[in-house]
Design a protein around this ligand. Sequence first.
Ligand SMILES: [Zn+2]
Length: 355
Amino acid sequence: MGLKIKALVAHVQGWLVRMWKKLARTKTNHPNKTGASTSLTSGLVVLCLLLTAISISQYVYTNDRVNQAIQSADQLFEELNEAKEQLAERGRELDEATIQLKKDEELLQEMEALKEKSETDDMEIEALKLQVEEQAKKIARMQAIPTGKKVYLTFDDGPSVNTLAILDVLAHYNVKATFFVINTGKTEYMKKIVDSGNAIALHTHSHNYEAIYANEEAFWADWQAIHDLVLAQTGVDTRVFRFPGGSSNRISAQYNEGIMTRLTEQAAQKGRPYFDWNTTNGDAESKALSPAEMIYRAKLGAQKFDSVMLLMHDSAAKTITPQILPEIIEYYQSEGYAFCVIDEHTPPVHQTVKN
Ligand SMILES: [Zn+2]
């Protein structure tokens, strides 16, 4: 609209200029017509000014509209920029949320992995428990089977402080043993043997080979001395005994030729049953054995005998004996042996007399 008006104004102005020039030429050519020309000229000037004013106001109006449009555009730009910033902010938030989500997913995966591992561990523990239960049942079955196999744990040359340690081990496994005692001076421990349900039997009062194997009277006097000591200490009147060195010992020959033959015969006549052994842990060897070797020797009886009479020692020096005893007991338990104590009715285990 403004452009059309401007074009019209320009057209009128052009026409006025041409008219002005025409009048000027007329004035020059016809000087007598000056009054009328002046009036016309003045009217034309007023009209020209009027048109110019309209044109200027139109221009100003148009300019305002343009400015308004520019302002609107600026405002729109600002709004657009704000929207862009908001969008960028949303984008950053979205990125952060995405990162957090990824972290959460990783955490979830770790938790899943841990859960799976935990389930695997549980399964392994369960499998182990089953194995242990199976093993326990196996041992129980072996113990329940009446195999008829018997093991007699026997300890010579006590009592001493080691006797107490051995009694503890026996109590732990709920098994019993037989103690062939001598006069060690720790006679008060004899009662502990009896009170704990174990068997006490006679070995020798002096354990002096030269004295006891000097002649038969000396031997039986020594036998009576230990018998009476045990009776006094425990109230047990036992006739069961074991010869120092066993019935097969050759040491006695140094003091009295053939005395073991005569003593074994007299023992039967007197109703005093003696017991040797068919297995030993080797704890009385002159050269000390390793614990493993001693355990190995103690187990050998199971390969040869259904009735194992196992010789060990509980004198003060034999500290190793209670230490290796658990493994020996466990072995015979696993082999189905019953643990028995010796009394006068126990089938005798006798070695071959060699003197
Ligand atoms: Zn002995």
